[in-house]
Design a protein around this ligand. Structure first.
Ligand code: WTA
Length: 632
């Protein structure tokens, strides 16, 4: 944790106010009142939210808080897929469009709720036929295709714990995650498409499982019809062959509210990624409530979140949340600038998207290429805009508001984390928006900015962002490392420590400034400095490496690596390329340093820890702060 968060706020306040109808018609039509009601009776508040969902058995108590462990909806039984699918299939949404998928080449596939329900059930039965049982870990390493969501829902149906690994991760990163979760089955595809290129996912999986002895079976979605990849039957099964002949009814596993639901890995400040464990009941309630209230989701909305389901945003706000509210979800495999920078706006026009949720890095890329791209398309269907993953800087906010929202659509800049499972801080629809500030904690959440002792810092002063009360969708543990879980709650006494630096203004609006630890957020992806460093150090020529984040106008941050070579190794362009290649293959393209500098020494503490803070200050030409622990 960095020592110094001495930042001050310039109080030049500029609010944007959406038209009054937004507030009048919103599910949360009065933020102040809703927040006060929550504070007066937190348990009653969450109980009311839980009543919007169907349960197989009700809870005996809403919340049991045994610091730092919380249990929610204790004794209740449920299956989230019942609320995502069966409930809608049984009512007027049976034939409503659940999913519209657009492929990289513009192809389209549509699933109604009924069709999605059938496919999920058949695949779930298929998984059961492979011997997958409640509690078994299943890794999903897939491109953004409907089958990715189907695989997730099928695991949820039978109570298998999914660990979705983003399809951009390299073999080494995949192996680490497969082993940490003691994965039994991997679901993948032959290829993913990216900007017209084919990414051979199955090859990466076949590499990754060599060192993952727990893996018994690989299920492969074969997309290439002309030259289908071979299936090696002793280990591999075809996705659709597994479904063939399976009944399309599959009794949902009856889950306890506190049963583990899924594991999702996030970068840690040690080299080892943390398997964040979420629980069935609380996650379901948190995902449903926030999807409904933060986006103000209505039955006729066409909703598009551009995140890959491989990240938490995709779990909660592509798959589970929007399906629970019975929404129509757009799923897109393509990138924002392929085949041209109008790709996203064309989709919004074609499909009449009303709620659009994306990342600041994409918005900044669009700003750079110019307004002529969105201006070619009719964006009048849009009603609500969202942002997630990193701070939405005021310039990007204003551009998004004016050029995409035409000065009409509220923007929800949502702050949250893999660990929180659900959105925590934003500006609820209809409330005045302050550019650069995510907003206030949503009703249901108690957030604050504090010093290391957990005391609130005065308005306008920087501090640590914390959550003071447990919330239903909070992580329950870190898989296989409960001590790491306790650190979240025990570092600052009595508070959940998010790891971000923030400032609160006098109205309680929170601006998130960035990470306070050794994570770097590059284009919205969390990358641990230690992960990149260990990938670099595993190269035979490297003795030591240190990695820092440098501000980048597009990506938020970029990675710079400082490398000490082993004796007898000479710096060269060739070696730089080799190191880049090493990181790309081990971790994936998004973790690649954009700059590598060969150095003779690294600043260290007397106990030998690399002081990245000093490297960063030197790099940016700013005051490095306290140097008393620096070794001579
Ligand atoms: C950052 C993504 C500023 C933050 C949902 C957090 C944000 C980390 C915002 C979690 C936002 C996310 N404004 N920063 N609206 N949203 N972050 O686990 O540093 O991939 O701690 O979850 O992203 O990233 P994660």
């Amino acid at each position: 944790m960095e020592e110094d968060f001495d930042v001050r706020l310039v109080e030049e306040v500029k609010y944007y106010r959406p038209a009054p109808e937004y507030r009048k018609n919103a599910w949360t039509d009065d933020y102040e009142r809703a927040y006060a009601e929550f504070l007066a009776d937190p348990v009653g508040f969450w109980e009311r939210q839980a009543h919007h969902l169907e349960w197989f058995r009700p809870w005996d108590s809403v919340r049991e808080w045994d610091y730092p462990y919380a249990r929610w909806f204790v004794g209740a039984k449920l299956n989230i897929t019942h609320n995502c699918l069966d409930r809608h299939v049984a009512d007027h949404r049976r034939n409503k469009v659940a999913l519209i998928w657009r492929g990289d080449e513009g192809e389209e596939r549509i699933y109604t709720y009924y069709k999605l329900w059938r496919e999920v059930n058949r695949f779930a039965n298929g998984l059961r036929s492979l011997g997958v049982k409640k509690g078994d870990r299943v890794c999903i390493y897939m491109p953004v295709v409907p089958e990715q969501a189907i695989a997730m829902l099928a695991c949820a149906r039978i109570g298998a714990v999914h660990s979705v690994v983003f399809g951009g991760f390299g073999a080494q990163a995949l192996t680490t995650r497969l082993n940490d979760a003691e994965t039994k089955v991997v679901i993948t595809a032959d290829i993913g498409y990216r900007r017209g290129k084919r990414i051979p996912l199955i090859t990466i999986v076949e590499d990754a499982v060599i060192d993952a002895p727990s893996v018994e079976r690989i299920v492969i979605l074969r997309r290439q019809q002309e030259y289908p990849v071979d299936i090696h039957p002793e280990r591999e099964t075809d996705f659709y062959e597994l479904m063939e002949g399976q009944p399309f009814e599959c009794a949902p596993e009856v889950m306890d509210a506190e049963d583990p639901f899924f594991i999702l890995y996030t970068s840690g400040s040690t080299g080892k990624p943390k398997g964040i464990v979420h629980a069935c009941g609380g996650y379901m309630v948190g995902a449903h409530y926030t999807t409904r209230h933060v986006f103000d989701f209505k039955d006729n909305d066409v909703y598009w979140c551009t995140a890959d389901p491989g990240w938490i945003t995709g779990h909660t706000y592509v798959v589970y949340g929007p399906l629970m509210v019975g929404g129509t979800v757009v799923l897109v495999e393509g990138t924002p600038d392929y085949p041209d920078p109008g790709a996203f706006w064309k989709i919004i026009e074609d499909l009449g998207v009303t709620i659009f949720y994306t990342a600041p890095t994409a918005i900044r890329m669009f700003m750079k290429v110019g307004e002529q791209w969105p201006d070619k398309y009719d964006l009048r269907s849009l009603r609500v805009l969202g942002s997630v993953g990193e701070p939405l800087n005021p310039e990007a906010f204003e551009w998004y508001y004016r050029v995409i929202g035409k000065g009409r659509c509220p923007i929800v800049d949502t702050w949250w984390q893999t660990e929180t499972g659900m959105q925590m801080i934003t500006t609820m629809i209809g409330e005045p928006m302050r550019p650069g500030f995510a907003g206030r904690p949503i009703p249901g959440v108690v957030a604050d900015v504090v010093n290391k002792a957990g005391e609130s810092v005065p308005a306008g002063t920087g501090g640590l962002l914390v959550i003071r009360e447990p919330w239903p969708a909070m992580l329950r543990t870190v898989y296989g490392d409960d001590a790491r879980y306790r650190q979240y709650w025990e570092t600052v006494p009595g508070c959940y420590l998010a790891g971000d630096l923030a400032i609160k203004d006098k109205d309680g609006y929170i601006m998130v400034i960035g990470r306070a630890d050794d994570l770097i957020i590059v284009s919205g992806h969390n990358i641990g400095t230690a992960e990149v460093e260990s990938a670099l150090v595993s190269h035979h020529a490297v003795a030591e490496a240190a990695v820092i984040g440098k501000p980048d106008p597009l990506k938020g941050n970029q990675i710079k690596a400082f490398v000490i070579l082993k004796l007898g190794q000479a710096p060269s362009e060739r070696l730089k390329n080799d190191l880049v290649y090493q990181v790309r293959m081990m971790l994936g393209p998004f973790a690649v340093p954009s700059e590598i500098e060969f150095v003779d020494t690294l600043p260290k503490t007397r106990s030998g820890k690399i002081m990245r803070r000093v490297l960063k200050a030197r790099e940016l030409g700013v005051d490095p702060g306290d140097l008393s622990t620096l070794e001579e």
